[in-house]
Design a protein around this ligand. Structure first.
Ligand code: PNS
Length: 161
């Protein structure tokens, strides 16, 4: 059984992430979406909120998708869960340097684990969580960037602040 992981911060989940999740489950028997626990990085949504949003938005894609949080080194988590492949999305060329750095570090730490890059749909090429948060700050329309449930949660956050 080929178990893959799609790791990330998912703060918040975007249509770009969902696009990669839908593609990744086609090449893995089971896909773990791993949300990094990173207390050093300020996030809009708590870990619990991100897990809940991902669970809700992925529930109808495929039964073989599991949403979990992880801390520490990604490759250690992979070994623990018998994960053989790390999936990352590639958007514009600007992603490349960051992604190749992570992939080569992971390869050095765990030569037996492969990183696979998937390209999302054209319309998601410039969709990022950072961009979504910036646009939402100005109360602009984010409905083409995130699922409607996530959009409503973001609106709640900004109206509360
Ligand atoms: O969505 P992001 O924030 O770009 O995801 C980055 C992530 C979570 C894939 C990366 O930071 C990660 O794997 N962190 C876990 C710690 C680790 O393994 N570090 C070594 C490789 S960078």
């Amino acid at each position: 059984m080929r178990i893959g992981i799609y790791p990330g911060s998912f703060d918040p989940l975007t249509y770009g992430h969902l696009d990669i999740i839908e593609r990744a489950i086609k090449i893995c028997d089971k896909l773990i979406v791993g949300i990094l626990v990173n207390s050093a990085k300020k996030s809009l949504f708590s870990l619990e909120e991100r897990v809940e949003m991902l669970k809700r938005c992925c529930s109808e894609i495929n039964q073989n998708i599991e949403i979990v949080s992880f801390s520490g080194l990604l490759v250690d988590f992979c070994r623990d869960k018998k994960i053989s492949c790390i999936v990352r999305g590639l958007r514009a060329v600007s992603d490349f340097e960051y992604e190749i750095t992570i992939a080569s570090i992971n390869k050095r730490l765990a030569p037996d684990i492969e990183t696979v890059f998937l390209m999302g749909r054209d319309e998601n090429l410039f969709v990022s969580s950072t961009l979504v948060k910036e646009i939402a700050t100005y109360n602009a329309d984010i409905s083409s960037l995130v699922p409607s449930y996530v959009a409503s949660r973001i609106r709640e956050k900004f109206s509360a602040s």
